[in-house]
Design a protein around this ligand. Structure first.
Ligand code: AMP
Length: 397
């Protein structure tokens, strides 16, 4: 089967065409600046060079039309005609409590996703636009929705409830949902395979450390806790997001700086994290490492604070699961940044666990990076959310 995986943002659309039999990526690309001046599409057929075209994209329907045009183009395309695309998998950010697994998209599902818009006002409406655009251009192709939140729906009440008046949960569904679920699921499954064990027999901590970052506790195959909350702002210190802070700080900053809550929220999302902590050096760990080497004190502090927080979560989730068998690093920082992995590894010594400095010299490859005598196995596993979405799509259609 050939599956088109779509990840729609408010002004962007990422896509991959995957052959589900071989799991090979036949083509992939990105539409940017949809609805704004200077829209362009970057398309990459497997084995060929990446190409970029500027083309007006007033809306997502036009973006999908362009994607189809490139995919079926005799020169840069990967299929002869649209009829070769058997199914479409959509990444949907928030499924609320309605979706504990992926579903085939129909009118009822669209309505239920719409009802979760309040919980993810930046993401879900964009995801829905992508679904509708595909419906218009490819009305007969079955579509599946794969939710970022679904994998974490197995969390027990004690992990997902906040210490707030219960009526807020009952009336507004304010609770922890967690995100990056597709990645936490994919990577924990892969870890069990690499270790030659069943996931149902393992307690795994997954550290998804990208620009957005979250840790999850996967106990015997199920997510029992995760660091992101009702929104992706909670938990770890991230590239530009603050992660956990004392909620009273919001009002305090608003008063001191004469800002609205919305403006403070914007600071917490876009100007905080390691970018904010490093006093504006960068949200990118490569820049931070370079600056820290050049004795930039704020960059060094940002990295130390970041790794400390990841270490603390590993400790907390070990307690939550009554032990841990494997810790996995994934996503941009987790897959590529050996120094950050090593620094986090220091906080695992209480578990008689050690990262092997030689094995740790790995970038974007699957590998066990702990020493042979390490009590807990530590692994580096590249995530592949698109492949996970394609697999889910095939499973359902
Ligand atoms: P993601 O959101 O998973 O795409 O991760 C993006 C982040 O990964 C970037 O902002 C960088 O901080 C980090 N990253 C990517 N490559 C490297 C690398 N070679 N070394 C350190 N950090 C990296």
């Amino acid at each position: 089967m050939k599956v088109l995986v779509i990840n729609c943002g408010s002004s962007s659309l990422k896509y991959q065409l995957i052959d589900s039999d071989t799991e090979a990526v036949l083509a992939k690309g990105l539409c940017e600046r949809i609805g704004i001046e200077g829209s362009c599409i970057t398309h990459n057929k497997a084995g060929a060079d990446k190409q970029t075209w500027t083309s007006p994209m007033p809306d997502h329907t036009e973006a999908v039309r362009l994607v189809v045009e490139k995919l079926t183009d005799p020169e840069v395309g990967a299929v002869k005609s649209l009829s070769e695309i058997d199914a479409i998998g959509h990444r949907i950010v928030h499924g609320g409590e309605k979706f504990a697994s992926s579903v085939v998209i129909n009118d009822e599902v669209i309505k239920a996703i719409e009802e979760c818009n309040d919980l993810a006002p930046l993401h879900n409406p964009a995801n829905l636009i992508g679904i509708r655009a595909c419906q218009k251009i490819m009305p007969n192709v079955p579509m599946v929705a794969v939710f970022d939140t679904a994998f974490h729906q197995t969390m027990p009440e004690k992990a997902y409830l906040y210490g707030l008046p219960l009526k807020y949960y009952k009336e507004y569904k304010i609770r922890r949902y967690g995100f990056h679920g597709t990645s936490h699921d994919f990577v924990s499954k892969r870890a069990a395979e690499i270790l030659g064990k069943k996931r149902e027999d393992l307690r795994i901590i997954v550290c998804h450390l990208g620009n957005g970052a979250s840790v999850s506790a996967v106990k015997y195959g199920k997510s029992v806790d995760t660091s992101m909350g009702m929104t992706p702002l909670e938990g770890l210190i991230m590239g530009t997001r603050s992660g956990d802070i004392d909620p009273a700080i919001v009002d305090y900053i608003a008063q001191k700086e004469n800002l609205t809550f919305k403006e403070v929220n914007n600071i917490l999302n876009k100007k905080s994290g390691v970018l904010g902590l490093s006093d504006g050096v960068s949200s990118d760990f490569r820049d931070l490492a370079k600056a820290a080497e050049e004795v930039n004190k704020a960059a060094k502090t940002a990295l130390e604070t970041y790794t400390y927080h990841v270490g603390k979560y590993i400790g907390a989730y070990t307690a939550a699961m009554g032990g841990v068998d494997a810790v996995v690093f994934t996503a941009g920082v987790g897959e590529n940044d050996a120094d950050t992995r090593a620094a986090i590894g220091e906080y695992m010594s209480f578990l008689d666990t050690k990262i092997d400095p030689v094995k740790n010299k790995v970038r974007g490859e699957e590998r066990i990076i702990s020493t042979d005598d390490s009590k807990v196995k530590v692994l580096c596993i590249p995530t592949n959310e698109e492949l996970a979405i394609a697999r889910e799509t095939v499973r359902l259609v």
